[in-house]
Write a protein that binds this ligand. Structure first.
Ligand SMILES: CC(C)(COP(=O)(O)OP(=O)(O)OC[C@H]1O[C@@H](n2cnc3c(N)ncnc32)[C@H](O)[C@@H]1OP(=O)(O)O)[C@@H](O)C(=O)NCCC(=O)NCCS
Length: 437
């Protein structure tokens, strides 16, 4: 079975940007009118950046030099900061993305970020509402309603460690221009405006991911997909059956136990959904684990709690416990997590949506009482029992350990990681510890 489609979070492959290069060869032939003006590595600089270079491209940190007024917009448009605590504004953002956000190359699927998901991703501790940048049609004189939302981009604060340096940065997400306004150079204006607003707070670096190739990725990871509901995935065209397979054999190949069974019960180990009281132990495991990688988020405990605690239909995390004979309590020895991001099936008579789980942070403790393969085998069962049709994972961190063994198939897209205004050596996927939604 070959998995054909590969929707990538924070990626761009949808209509309007199909002319965007997908790899370095295509990219070298293109002139990047906008990106060549930005503090990012040059596309044609072939010399690899040595490992001891790890620093800003533009060293300016003087906020006084940052432009005070918003960038000019074409006549008839205005800037707004979207208030996502207001139901109507959250709904407007939801609709813009529902109708215009990332599609796969064949325009069969489009991400459908739920309102609850947007609230989760856009409101981590210390979020800044000025960074929910919207472009609206300017309202006519006397109008009682705001003009239609036609463009958006967001930033959230994020501390990241790049090799041995920890920097205050932002994560950029949800860059979107309405289909009717594509190819009119509005995206560069949105990017410059969010940069300005972030710079005004004394932050000069950003992390972002995209399916398209722009100057210049610091890493390129691949998506892998594990069918949980193969029949539906084949019916909607997400995956196809290879010639020597039939449906019965395909279903058998991907069959999963009804309940998590590998980690459960071994040496008294048991798996359960994470709760607040688990956070301290999980945070300890997480920070020790992240030390293994070179591009990682540095979470404060309250940020970790925000990202990892389960939210119905948005993010799930499960802990694995083991009895401790000396303390007579249970120790948390591992956890897995995934976030839930459905995609709209754009033209299908019966199926409207594919429900996808995306591997988030998975940690096994140093004592190795459980392997990552066994832990993730249970994650698949939990995801299936949560109603997911497919489980997606990048080949980052230690994920290669379980991808083949657990019957993940390689997708056909790449996810490029980018750092704005930072110069450093590139990362192998296994060095990349950060997961963006
Ligand atoms: C991505 C999107 C906002 C770009 O807008 P557009 O109308 O297609 O392009 P514009 O004419 O406004 O701007 C073109 C510039 O944006 C750049 N660009 C396109 N996609 C980009 C992306 N995902 N990230 C950063 N820059 C991007 C182009 O490279 C080009 O700059 P260049 O001249 O240096 O090459 C738009 O296609 C869209 O909303 N797509 C669907 C959602 C999506 O893919 N979002 C991006 C998620 S990473």
């Amino acid at each position: 079975m070959r998995l054909m489609q590969s929707l990538q979070p924070s990626s761009s492959s949808g209509s309007g940007s199909s002319a965007q290069p997908k790899n370095v060869e295509e990219a070298k032939k293109k002139k990047y009118e906008f990106w060549e003006t930005q503090p990012v590595p040059k596309m044609n600089d072939d010399a690899p950046i040595p490992r001891d270079v790890n620093e800003p491209i533009d060293p300016n940190t003087d906020v006084a030099k940052v432009r005070k007024e918003p960038l000019p917009l074409p006549e008839g448009f205005i800037w707004v900061a979207m208030d996502i605590d207001k139901n109507e504004e959250l709904q407007e953002l939801y609709t813009l993305l529902f109708e215009n956000y990332v599609e796969d190359d064949d325009n069969m699927f489009r991400f459908n970020y739920s309102r609850d998901f947007l609230q989760w991703v856009l409101k981590p501790p210390h979020y800044n509402t000025a960074w929910y940048v919207g472009v609206r049609v300017a309202p006519k004189a006397g109008a009682t309603k705001p003009g239609k939302l036609l463009g958006f981009v967001s930033a959230i604060p994020s501390k990241i460690r790049v090799y041995d340096k920890t920097i205050a940065a932002v994560e950029i997400n949800f860059l979107c221009v309405h289909k009717k306004l594509r190819s009119k150079r509005l995206a560069p204006v949105l990017i410059k405006e969010i940069t300005r607003r972030v710079n005004l707070t004394g932050v000069w670096q950003a992390l972002y991911t995209a399916g398209v190739f722009i100057p210049k990725p610091v890493s390129t990871c691949r998506y892998y997909h594990r069918s949980l509901n193969p029949k539906k995935l084949i019916e909607v065209g997400f995956s196809s059956m290879s010639r020597n397979m039939n449906m019965t054999r395909t279903l058998k190949l991907y069959r999963l136990p009804e309940a998590p069974n590998k980690t459960c019960g071994v040496g008294g180990q048991s798996l359960r959904r994470a709760v607040k009281g688990d956070l301290k132990a999980m945070y300890g495991l997480f920070t020790a684990h992240m030390a293994k990688f070179d591009l990682v988020p540095v979470f404060e405990p309250e940020e970790f709690a925000h990202w990892i605690l389960p939210r119905e239909g948005v993010v799930e995390s499960y802990v694995l416990e083991k009895p401790n004979t000396s303390t007579k309590k249970k120790d948390i020895i591992a956890f897995f997590s995934f976030y839930i991001l459905p995609s709209t099936v754009m033209n299908h008579a019966t199926h409207k949506e594919v429900k996808a789980a995306y591997s988030f942070y998975n940690v096994t403790g140093e004592e190795h009482s459980v392997s990552l393969v066994d832990l993730m085998a249970d994650a698949l069962v939990v995801a299936k029992n949560t109603g997911m049709d497919v489980f997606n994972a990048l080949n980052q961190m230690e994920n290669e350990q379980f991808l083949k063994e657990l019957k993940f198939g390689s997708g056909d897209g790449s996810l490029h990681y980018y750092l704005f205004n930072w110069k450093c050596a590139t990362f192998e996927p296994k060095q990349v510890g950060v997961v963006l939604q």
